[in-house]
Design a protein around this ligand. Structure first.
Ligand code: ADP
Length: 797
C-alpha cells in the first residue's frame, strides 16, 4: 500500500516536471529554401528569430537549409527529407515554419513522414493561391505578392514631371512571370493614358542600356524582372541583377523588393523579407498560444515598407521631404555622432569621469590647501597662544614670586606684629587679660596683675566663673552675655580683690576666637585714681559752693547796707539841699532886695558878687538835689504835652545869647521832631542845657549844633535822639567812659579852668535812663565832641 502511494507520488512529481518543461520551452523548426548568406531568406529568418525572442516565452528555433537555389536537383530534396526524418525522429518540433516556395513544397511532400500533425506556417510563397491548400490541414502562412501600384504612385509623386514609365520584365522564373502578369493586368491599364509605357522584356543588359539611354530625363525605370544575361555558370542573383541594371541606368530605378535596395536603385514601396518574417512569426506565436493553424487565414496582402537609398536619392535630386511618412533610409551620410557614437559617448564618459576626477582632485587639492592653511593658521594661533601662555606663566611666576616675597614680608610683619602686639599687650597701661570661655585664665599683662594686686604667677589657675567678686559686681553676667552673643560689653566695677586691693575700673569684655576656640579678652581701665580725684574734687566743689554761698550772703548784706547807706546819703543830700536851699533862697531874695535898694556902688558890687555866688550855689544845690533824687529813685517824670517851639524857646532863652556872645555859631535842627509831643519838658530842657552848657564852656571858636532825630517811631510814642556837637577841646578816649559818672571830670584842672562840678553828665545819664533812653559821646581831642542822649516821648493826644 505504502509503495503504491510512493510510486503514485513519484509519478505525479515526474509528470509535473515534464509538464513544466513542455509548457516552458516551445520548439520551432524553420526550413529555409535557400542557403545562409542569401539576403532574402536570411532577412526572413532574422525577423522570425527576433520576434519570437521578443515574445517573452522560451522558444527554441532550429534552422534547416534546403539550398535549392544553388542546388536545384529534386533528388537532393528527397535525400534531405530522409536526413531530416532521422534527425527529427526523437526531436519533435511544436511548429514548422517555411520560407519560400521550395520549402513549402518540400514540407508538404514529406509532411507525413517528417511532421505528421505538426502545424505549419509558411511565408515568402510567391503568388500563393488558396487552392494550394485544398485537403491540407493545420497550415497557414503569408503570401508573397508584390504590389506594383504603390511603388509606381510613389515614384510619380516624387518626380511629377515624369512622362515615361519603363518596366524591365522577364519570364525567366516564376516570380518574374507573376510580376509581369500583375503589371499587365493592373499597372499598364491604369497608367497607359497618362504616361508613355515602355516594357523591356527579356532584354539583355546592352539592350537595356541602349533603350534607357534613349529615354528623356522625364522617365522612370521599374525593375520588375531579371536581365536576359546569366551569370558565370549560374543564374544571377537578384542583388547582382539589381546592381547591373542600376549601374547602366541614367534614370531613377524603382523596385518592389527590399533585396534590390543598396544595389543602386532609388527605392520604392518594397516587399521586405523582414515584413514577411514578422508576419509569419505573429501567426506562429498565436499557434503556440493554442490557436489552430486552420483558424488563422493566410495573409494574402503582403506587407510592404517605404525604403529608399539616400545616396541614390541625392543623385536624382530627391529630398527627405519627398519621402512618405515612416520611410526608412539606407546610405545616409553618416554623422560623426552615428559613426563614432560609442566612441564619443565613451570619450565623453571618459572626459566626464576625468573631469570629475580632476574636479575631485582639485577639490581635494583645495581642501588640502585649505586644510594646510587652516593648519598653518591653527599652528600660528597655537604658537601665539603658547607665547601668550608663556608670557602669562612668566607673569604669574613673577607674580607668584612677588606674592611669595610679599607673603614672606607679610609673615615677617605678622611675626613682628605678633611680637609687637605681645610687647604692646605686656607694656599696655591698660590691664589686659585673656580667659578661655570656660573661665580659665590664659594670659595677662603686668598691669592686670598689678590692678588685681598680685604677681602674674598668682593669676595662673584663676577662673573668672568662680570669682565671687565678679559675680557680685555683675561682671560675670556681662562676661557670659558677651560670650553668648559675641558682642563687646562694657561694665564698670568697684570691688575689693582677693588680694585686698580696692579697685574702680571700667571693663571692656571682647569675645574672640583664638586657635578656633572661644576666648574672652578682658580689659580693665583702672579708674581708682580718677575716682579718688573725682571724690576729692567733689569735696572741694562742695566746700567752694558753701564758701560762695557764704560770700554771696555777705555781699548781699553789704550791698543792702551800701544801698541803704546810699539811699540814706541821697535822702540826706536831698534833705540837706532842701535845707540849704531854703536859707539860700532867703539870702538871694534879700541880697537882691538890698542891691536894688542900695545906692552905694561899692556895696552894690559886693552885693552883686554875693548874689552871683548864691545863684551859683543854688544851681549846684539844684543839681545835687536832682542827682540825689535820681539816685534815691525819688525823682518822678512829670509828663505833659508841649510843642517843638516850646523846646526851642527854652533853649533860646537859656543859652543862645551866651553862645552868640562868645562869638560861636549856633545851629538848631529840631525839624525831625513832631510839632507836638508829650513828655517832661523841664527835664528834657535840663539835659539839653547840660550838654549845650558844656559845649559852650569847652569851645573857644567854631560853632555848636543841636540836632534832633527820630530813631524809632511807634504808634503811641517815639524814641528821639538829641545830639550836641561842638568844635571844642574834645576828650581823650580813655576818659570818655568815666565822665558820665557823677562827680567825674577829665581832670581836676577842668574845674579851675572851666568851672563846673562834674554833676551834669551824671544827671543826664540817670535822666535818660528814666526816660527809657541812654547816653553816649563821640569825641576827638582838639577837634570837638558830640554828646547825645535818647529818650522815649509820647505822642501828643
Ligand atoms: P562840669 O560841671 O565839670 O562840667 P560835667 O559832668 O558836666 O561837670 O562834666 C564833666 C566833665 O566832662 C567836665 O569837667 C569836662 O572835663 C568834661 N566835659 C563835659 N563836656 C565837655 C565838652 N563839651 N568838651 C570837653 N570836655 C567836656
Amino acid at each position: 500500500m505504502f509503495s503504491l502511494l510512493f510510486g503514485l507520488g513519484l509519478a505525479l512529481l515526474s509528470g509535473l516536471s515534464w509538464a513544466q518543461v513542455a509548457t516552458t520551452t516551445s520548439r520551432v523548426l524553420y526550413i529555409n529554401s535557400y542557403h545562409p548568406g542569401y539576403a532574402w531568406s536570411d532577412g526572413i529568418e532574422q525577423a522570425i528569430r527576433e520576434r519570437l525572442a521578443a515574445a517573452g516565452r522560451p522558444i527554441e528555433v532550429s534552422t534547416e537549409y534546403l539550398d535549392s537555389r544553388r542546388f536545384p536537383d529534386a533528388a537532393l530534396r528527397d535525400q534531405q527529407a530522409t536526413l531530416l526524418a532521422g534527425k527529427y525522429a526523437a526531436y519533435k518540433p511544436d511548429l514548422v515554419m517555411l520560407s519560400d516556395n521550395d520549402a513549402f513544397h518540400f514540407a508538404l511532400k514529406h509532411r507525413a513522414r517528417l511532421f505528421p500533425d505538426i502545424p505549419i506556417v509558411f511565408c515568402g510563397y510567391n503568388s500563393f493561391r488558396p487552392a494550394l491548400l485544398d485537403g491540407i490541414r493545420n497550415i497557414t502562412g503569408v503570401n508573397e505578392e508584390v504590389e506594383l501600384t504603390g511603388t509606381v504612385e510613389l515614384a510619380i509623386q516624387q518626380f511629377p514631371q515624369t512622362r515615361t514609365l519603363v518596366f524591365i520584365t522577364s519570364s525567366g522564373d516564376a516570380s518574374s512571370q507573376r510580376i509581369r502578369q500583375i503589371a499587365e493586368s493592373t499597372v499598364f491599364p491604369k497608367y497607359r493614358d497618362r504616361f508613355k509605357l515602355l516594357e523591356l522584356h527579356d532584354a539583355s543588359l546592352p539592350e537595356i542600356q541602349a533603350a534607357l539611354g534613349k529615354q528623356g530625363q522625364d522617365s522612370l525605370v521599374f525593375l520588375s524582372g531579371q536581365t536576359r544575361d546569366t551569370g558565370n555558370g549560374r543564374a544571377l542573383t537578384p542583388v547582382e541583377n539589381g546592381r547591373l541594371i542600376s549601374a547602366i541606368s541614367p534614370l531613377p530605378v524603382y523596385s518592389f523588393w527590399d533585396f534590390h535596395l543598396g544595389t543602386g536603385i532609388i527605392g520604392g514601396q518594397l516587399l521586405t523579407a523582414r515584413d514577411q518574417g514578422l508576419a509569419a512569426a505573429e501567426q506562429a506565436l498565436r499557434i503556440l498560444d493554442g490557436t489552430r493553424a486552420d483558424n488563422l487565414p493566410v495573409v494574402m496582402t503582403s506587407p510592404t515598407s517605404p525604403l529608399f537609398d539616400y545616396a541614390v536619392m541625392q543623385q536624382f535630386g530627391l529630398e527627405r521631404s519627398d519621402l512618405p511618412p515612416g520611410s526608412q533610409l539606407i546610405n545616409q551620410p553618416h554623422s560623426l555622432w552615428q559613426d563614432y557614437r560609442w566612441q564619443i559617448i565613451g570619450s565623453l564618459l571618459l572626459f566626464a569621469v576625468e573631469s570629475l576626477l580632476i574636479l575631485a582632485l582639485l577639490r581635494v587639492n583645495r581642501q588640502r590647501r585649505q586644510a594646510l592653511q587652516a593648519l598653518d593658521a591653527e599652528r600660528a594661533t597655537l604658537e601665539r597662544r603658547v607665547i601668550a601662555r608663556t608670557v602669562e606663566l612668566a607673569d604669574s611666576n613673577r607674580q607668584l614670586q612677588a606674592e611669595a616675597e610679599e607673603r614672606g614680608h607679610a609673615e615677617a610683619q605678622l611675626r613682628e606684629m605678633a611680637l609687637t602686639t605681645e610687647s604692646i599687650l605686656l607694656a599696655s597701661p591698660v590691664a589686659i587679660a585673656v580667659y578661655r570661655a570656660d573661665g580659665q585664665y590664659v594670659l595677662g599683662n603686668e598691669n592686670y596683675a598689678a590692678l588685681i594686686g598680685c604677681t602674674p604667677q598668682q593669676l595662673m589657675g584663676f577662673n573668672f566663673r568662680e570669682l565671687s567678686t565678679w559675680r557680685q559686681s555683675g561682671l560675670l553676667d556681662q562676661c557670659l552675655a558677651a560670650l553668648a552673643d559675641g558682642e563687646l560689653k562694657k561694665h564698670s566695677v568697684h570691688y575689693v580683690t582677693l588680694f585686698g586691693r580696692e579697685i574702680w575700673a571700667d571693663c571692656l569684655l571682647l569675645p574672640l576666637t583664638l586657635r578656633n576656640e572661644p576666648h574672652l579678652l578682658v580689659q580693665f581701665f583702672d579708674q581708682s585714681e580718677r575716682t579718688h580725684m573725682l571724690q576729692e574734687l567733689e569735696m572741694h566743689r562742695q566746700h567752694l559752693a558753701e564758701e560762695v554761698a557764704l560770700r554771696t550772703g555777705e555781699l548781699a548784706l553789704a550791698k543792702e547796707v551800701a544801698e541803704t547807706a546810699n539811699r540814706a546819703k541821697s535822702i540826706f543830700l536831698a534833705n540837706m539841699s532842701h535845707e540849704i536851699n531854703t536859707p539860700l533862697n532867703a539870702i538871694i531874695s534879700f541880697t537882691d532886695l538890698l542891691q536894688r535898694k542900695s545906692s552905694d556902688p561899692q556895696q552894690q558890687d559886693k552885693l552883686g558878687k554875693i548874689l552871683a555866688a548864691a545863684n551859683n550855689l543854688h544851681l549846684i544845690l539844684r543839681d545835687l538835689l536832682t542827682l540825689a533824687r535820681l539816685e534815691a529813685n525819688r525823682l518822678a517824670i512829670v509828663a505833659a504835652d508841649f510843642t517843638r517851639a516850646d523846646l526851642a524857646a527854652r533853649i533860646d532863652e537859656a543859652i543862645a545869647d551866651s553862645i552868640r556872645r562868645k562869638g560861636l555859631a549856633l545851629t538848631l535842627e529840631l525839624a525831625a521832631l513832631p510839632e507836638r509831643m508829650h513828655g517832661d519838658l523841664e527835664r528834657l530842657s535840663q539835659m539839653l542845657l547840660n550838654y549845650l552848657g558844656n559845649a559852650l564852656k569847652f569851645t573857644s571858636a567854631g560853632g555848636i549844633g543841636l540836632t534832633a532825630s527820630i530813631i524809632d517811631d511807634g504808634e503811641n510814642d517815639f524814641l528821639v535822639r538829641f545830639a550836641v556837637s561842638d568844635t571844642g577841646i574834645g576828650i581823650a578816649a580813655e576818659n570818655q567812659q568815666r565822665i558820665f559818672l557823677a562827680f567825674e571830670q577829665v581832670d581836676g584842672s577842668s574845674t579851675r579852668n572851666f568851672g563846673g562840678n562834674g554833676l551834669g553828665l551824671g544827671i543826664n545819664r540817670l535822666l535818660a535812663r528814666l526816660m527809657g533812653g541812654e547816653v553816649g559821646l563821640d569825641s576827638q581831642p582838639g577837634v570837638g565832641s558830640t554828646f547825645w542822649f535818647t529818650a522815649r516821648l509820647g505822642k501828643a493826644a
